[in-house]
Design a protein around this ligand. Sequence first.
Ligand code: IMO
Ligand code: MG
Length: 421
Amino acid sequence: MSAIAILGCMWGDEAKAKIVDYLGDRADYVVRFQGGSNAGHTIVLEGQKYVFHSVPSGILYPKTKCLIGPGVVIDPLDLVQEIQDLEACGLNFAKRLIIDEKVGIVLPLHQTLDDNNEAQLKAAKIGTTRRGIGPAYADMTARSGIRLGDLAHPAYLKQRLRELYLYHGLSSHKDAIQHDYAQLREAWKSLQQYTASVENILHEARISGANILFEGAQGSLLDRIWGSYPYVTSSNTIVDAIGIGSGFSARLLDEVLGVFKAYATRVGEGPFPTQIEGPLADKIRQQGHEFGATTGRPRRIGHFDAVMAAYTARLNTLDGIALTLLDVLSGIEELKVCVGYKYKSRVLTTPLAHPLELSKVEPLYLDLQGWDADLSKVRSLDTLPHNARIYLEAIEDLLKLPIKIVSVGRERNQTFKTSFE
Ligand code: IMO
Ligand code: MG
């Protein structure tokens, strides 16, 4: 058996799903363990584009089982819709999707709270995906949240809903409570067939020697503790979240693969030391289709930041790197990799935790020569242009990790292994 974690190691959108899909042909299980429909995981297969929000990316392989662990939060109606839309594309979910009964539920109330928070915040607006993720996790932590398993117990569900509204000072909103109740009971008709214990299944999978891929959502720099707080998401996203969010201890992983883009992006607010603007950023945004898969927002663009990357590499105990979207850098004359931050005349090689301080650092760059050649047909390291190889070597040297997988385009076959076994 092998258990492999595939983790976004920057601010999300690292093309994690592409790597899950690339390695997915031999996976018996693909597991989501945190986050919710704030994720937008895109796979292009023979020209057809699929975007997954809550469904694990392994669903494209007809025999792979897709598990949603209890560390995830789901909006039941959205999930039913996502399943129906994918079924309409010919995908089959029966006996293949398993959702833990302990997953937290995102309600319309959470989306309203998310919207209201965003509208009210001035100094530290987050720029969330407005999917209600933060308020839903807050309710789970406060023990006022609803779990998927509650949907099976009508009287209990109604009582939990009343008490949730009471907790938010909204006990008079009787119509909303009734509406949520009816909708959740309706969603349950579709979802009950998928509900089971993910921990049990992963335990059996381990005993039988199955291959398991853990699909991270968001990225390490959006981790609610280790990321650039408060401009983060509301779940933990680093490797240790796997045990918490699926019941499969991170101790049991055979390999932890960190996914990085060949450059950096960020969507939403918050410090981004290597951010660039102007024609170069526009060019990368266009070439890389850097618009949010969940919200459509244009993503902020920056140079590769080896200070942040080295930090997340060690937080996640990475064994190797999957470097994506290398093709996007073709035609850029001069490339830069951030190797340190200057702050108050000191040179730092680790990020600062406070947003006011991090937003003031001046990045120090290593300058590298670019390349012109189109990379979309490259399938091996030795056929990459010389300067692209130097670029990869610089990243390997700075992170002290091998780049094991490289991706040069959106299609499944535009990815190759350099050293991944
Ligand atoms: P995938 O899995 C990029 C960002 C939002 C915002 C912050 C908090 O596709 O990489 P939230 O809605 O989670 O409360 O928003 O986190 N964010 C993401 N950015 N990719 C994602 O997911 C993201 N999920 C959340 O833009 O800055
Ligand atoms: Mg995204």
